[in-house]
Design a protein around this ligand. Structure first.
Ligand code: AQP
Length: 344
């Protein structure tokens, strides 16, 4: 199901079997959406074969914007369920919840001590969040990229599959570990971002990144009616007023999605729009069918898993336990290098 998306691309693509550790995280701030999958999850799943892979539901991060305990709790389960349904295999990859491994917070403090405030102030995501939630510019929001650097560094990860929206954070994570290595000696590898071939998926508004907080998402595991409504609401080529107007598939978000969900005939679909022989409604209806087909197996697995929520808890708890020695080892090394108490 994910085969069309599974060629991870970076400036130097990591080769399966070449070794290296992978880490990435997703916030439990809503339900899994098509942007999450195409931008990041598809690579999580691809990279569990051939790499030592660690994936995290980053609930501490979600606290920077989401303050409803029930939303965090429910979305944590939903995100984990979604990842398992999409093909993440706990036999191959570790899946855990961030707040089960307190060492992330401790390393954040250590890394904060080598991070100039100016580096964080200039990150586009901080500026954007400050604009989007002006009444809630909390200190945790400011610390977000330092915690993200700690999430990656605590397991000494080499590769981080993410959407392009995370590129600046990854660059900052590299700078932070470089600063630590310079001050205290070589400790952490500089993590490398891994992008899919759909690194920024636009939302149903056709303008912004598909994003839970913007409400412009297509949810992977919603009921068919909701998915149909979300897809049918997609903004297409705004210059196309009438069916007889030729379209511009290269700027139409629906056509861009067909490139992924209709790999066998997307060129015909594009031509239909370009030559004005197909209307937007027909192209969107076809997209609904293709998406439901693409995610069909995952949606079935999701329904099965949803009936057994204890499985998710077990997977998350086992994942956190597996990682305990590694997290402790990294912190012990940092304490030693920084002159802090030996860890017992
Ligand atoms: N539209 C997208 N296109 C490509 N990749 C995306 N990702 C998210 N949206 C897109 C990638 O999915 C991973 C998990 O994202 P996240 O939920 O932890 O954080 P986010 O990027 O902040 O996602 P949202 O939906 O925009 O969440 P809110 O609205 O809560 O901030 C990441 O690798 C991300 O790049």
């Amino acid at each position: 199901m994910t085969d069309t998306m599974t060629q991870p691309t970076t400036s130097a693509s990591p080769q399966p079997g070449s070794g290296g550790r992978v880490f990435s995280g997703v916030q439990p701030s809503g339900l899994p959406h098509v942007g999450n999958h195409l931008g990041a999850f598809s690579n999580y799943i691809a990279m569990q074969d051939g790499f030592e892979s660690i994936y995290c539901i980053v609930d501490y991060h979600a606290l920077t914007s989401t303050h409803d305990a029930e939303v965090i709790r429910t979305a944590t389960t939903e995100m984990a369920l979604g990842l398992l349904a999409l093909g993440l295999d706990p036999e191959k990859a570790v899946l855990f919840r961030q707040s089960d491994r307190l060492e992330h917070i401790e390393l954040m403090w250590l890394l904060a001590s080598v991070t100039p405030m100016g580096w964080v102030e200039r990150t586009p995501s901080f500026k954007e969040k400050r604009r989007n939630q002006p009444d809630d510019v909390n200190l945790a929001l400011f610390n977000y990229p330092v915690l993200q650097a700690a999430d990656i560094a605590i397991y000494k990860a080499d590769y981080v599959p993410v959407g392009k929206d995370q590129a600046a954070h990854l660059e900052l994570a590299r700078e932070i570990v470089r600063a630590f290595n310079t001050r205290y000696g070589e400790t952490f590898p500089e993590p490398q971002a891994v992008f899919s071939d759909a690194p920024i998926v636009k939302g149903t508004d056709g303008e912004n990144k598909m994003s839970k907080s913007l409400g412009n998402v297509i949810e992977i595991f919603a009921d068919e009616e909701t998915i149909r409504r979300q897809v049918m609401s997609m903004v297409t080529d705004t210059q196309r007023q009438r069916l007889s107007d030729p379209g511009r598939p290269e700027v139409c978000n629906v056509c861009q999605m067909h490139r992924i969900f209709s790999p066998d005939d997307y060129e015909e679909i594009w031509e239909g729009e370009r030559s004005a022989t197909t209307g937007c409604v027909a192209t969107k209806s076809l997209l609904v069918e293709r998406m439901l087909g693409y995610f069909g197996e995952a949606r079935e697995r999701y329904a099965e898993l949803k009936a057994k929520p204890q499985i998710v808890e077990e997977v998350l708890a086992a994942g956190a336990d597996t990682l305990a020695p590694r997290a402790a080892e990294t912190l012990a090394e940092c304490h030693d290098r920084m002159g802090l108490a030996p860890r017992r």
